[in-house]
Ligand binder design. Structure first.
Ligand code: 13P
Ligand code: SF4
Length: 391
């Protein structure tokens, strides 16, 4: 199977989507069939010149990536946004939590734009600030909160990042989860980590990268009283994993890994740490999207790879490396539907609005949330660089 054999099915632009009903798009959203879209995007970008800086996450569509000044995973893009204090507008082609982080890391006069406000993240939505505050109260009640250091994955809302900042914790990404956990364990004697919202990244990092046991980890279910855990379980735990997951990476299965190994001689399995533990333990390599790209770039010609991450990126890698056999680690097509909401019509609409002097879809984090989220983000940015990889 090659990615080009896959039936191309574009998901995530259902007719009932908020933005297609025009709620987020005052003025006119160009038609997807407008033959001038590329020329219009180019003209708007030229007209804005240095005033605009366009960031593109690796999971974005090719049609949008073509206009990105820089591409990257969420960690790199957070750094890149902070590195352009001169740009008046940051157009973030990614999802809502990434645009919030960019707003926090950029100056007060800079404006961060998300071309479609419906580009959220289902994983990020699995941890709400009210649920996290309730969990913290329960940890206080159980008598363990004093030893807990909260760490949140970048894929979370700004108010949860701020919660971590206020409570001595930090943000991490898939590039630095291990160093972030090591840092957290050093913050207090007998520290425990409350890891939100991706249970898989937390478990894979704690067990496969750091050598903790599965029994050291407990799962906090925000929909059950006391997270579904006893005081004894909380006392014994080293890592309290929030019950959240990525709906894209959660689809990969160990059965497909076995099937590919049996049918493609020498195939190497390369997956993102948001995949399930049972998949990651069967993989040859695990790492962030940036790590996945670097691995394929460095791979020898003729080598075979099955990649467990978002399909736009896997297709782009397959196209960029025709001398390598790059396939998708799933039998069915699966894009991140919310990432895919940022398409050329929304991009053109946002850029042309800026040219016309109208700032649309600005993402603005309130001052107090920003202050504390920045504390947690800065703790992450100050961590020593280390790429997560199992090899
Ligand atoms: P990274 O960008 O940190 O690799 O995370 C992948 C992802 O799911 C982004 O939403
Ligand atoms: Fe969220 Fe997963 Fe999509 Fe990333 S790939 S934005 S974690 S749903």
């Amino acid at each position: 199977m090659t990615t080009t054999d896959l039936p191309l099915l574009v998901l995530g632009r259902g007719a009932d989507s908020k933005s297609e009903r025009g709620v987020d798009c005052p003025g006119s959203l160009p038609s997807a069939s407008d033959p001038d879209l590329v020329a219009r995007a180019r003209a708007a970008k030229e007209a804005l010149g240095e005033r605009v800086f366009v960031l593109g996450h690796h999971y974005q569509r090719d049609e949008v990536i073509a206009f990105a000044d820089v591409t990257g995973d969420s960690f790199k893009l957070a750094r890149d946004a902070a590195g352009r204090p001169d740009a008046e507008f940051i157009v973030f082609c990614g999802v809502h939590f990434m645009a919030e982080s960019a707003d926090i890391l950029t100056g007060p006069e800079q404006k961060v734009i998300l071309p479609d406000l419906a580009a959220g993240c289902s994983m990020s939505d699995m941890a709400r600030i009210g649920q996290v505050e309730d969990a913290w109260d329960a940890l206080v009640e159980a008598g363990v909160a004093d030893s807990v250091v909260p760490v949140t994955y970048m894929n979370s809302s700004a108010d949860i990042k701020a919660f971590c900042g206020r409570n001595g914790g930090a943000v991490c990404t898939s590039s630095n989860a291990q160093v972030a956990l090591e840092w957290a364990f050093e913050q207090k004697p007998d520290a425990k980590v409350l890891f939100m919202p991706d249970q898989h990244l937390g478990r894979n990092t704690a067990v496969l990268q750091m050598g903790l046991s599965l029994d050291d980890c407990v799962l906090w279910d925000p929909h059950r009283a006391n997270g579904g855990l006893t005081t004894g379980q909380l006392e014994a735990a080293r890592v309290i994993l929030w019950r959240g997951h990525c709906s894209v990476h959660g689809r990969f299965t160990p059965e497909v890994v076995d099937e590919l190994r049996a049918t493609v001689p020498g195939i190497q399995i390369l997956v993102h740490p948001e995949c399930r533990y049972e998949v990651v333990t069967k993989a040859d390599l695990v790492g962030s999207t940036e790590f996945i790209i670097n691995t394929i770039e460095a791979a020898r010609s003729g080598s075979s790879w099955a990649i467990g991450t978002e399909l736009n990126l896997v297709q782009r890698l397959a196209n960029a490396h025709p001398d390598k056999n790059v396939t998708f680690l799933d039998k069915t097509v699966c894009y991140c539907s919310t990432m895919n909401r940022i398409d050329l019509p929304h991009f053109v609409w946002a850029m042309e609005s800026l040219v016309a002097g109208q700032v649309v879809n600005q993402i603005q984090v309130d001052v107090d949330t920003e202050k504390w989220a920045l504390v947690a983000l800065q703790r992450m940015l100050d961590l020593p660089a280390k790429t997560a990889a199992k090899d």
